[in-house]
Unconditional design. Structure first.
Length: 102
């Protein structure tokens, strides 16, 4: 056994995240919390809360498409198109539910 120096691991392919990247995530999280709290208050505000949640998710889809990867923060989990499509489909479905409830 010869003493060989340890090889360093290669750097990750993920881009380094900036602290500003959390801003988009926190805005979406706050909007979703407001929408869920408004929907939780009962049948009077249920459709309004669902509409707020749907619009917030559509805004998250737009933010994911527009922001570069280092600023998209926790909104980025997969490829840009897949993330945006998932947010848009979920937001559109919840907006449809809001229209049905109103």
């Amino acid at each position: 056994m010869s003493a060989q120096p340890r090889k360093h691991r290669a750097t990750s392919a993920r881009p380094e995240r900036d602290a500003r990247g959390l801003l988009a995530y926190l805005v979406v999280l706050a909007g979703a919390a407001i929408g869920l709290l408004e929907a939780w208050h009962g049948t009077t505000y249920g459709y309004t809360g669902a509409a707020v949640l749907g619009w917030v998710l559509l805004a998250a889809a737009a933010a994911r498409l527009v922001l570069p990867p280092r600023l998209s923060g926790l909104l980025a989990s997969r490829h840009k198109a897949i993330d945006a499509l998932a947010f848009a489909m979920l937001g559109g479905s919840i907006l449809g539910l809001a229209l049905w409830l109103s």
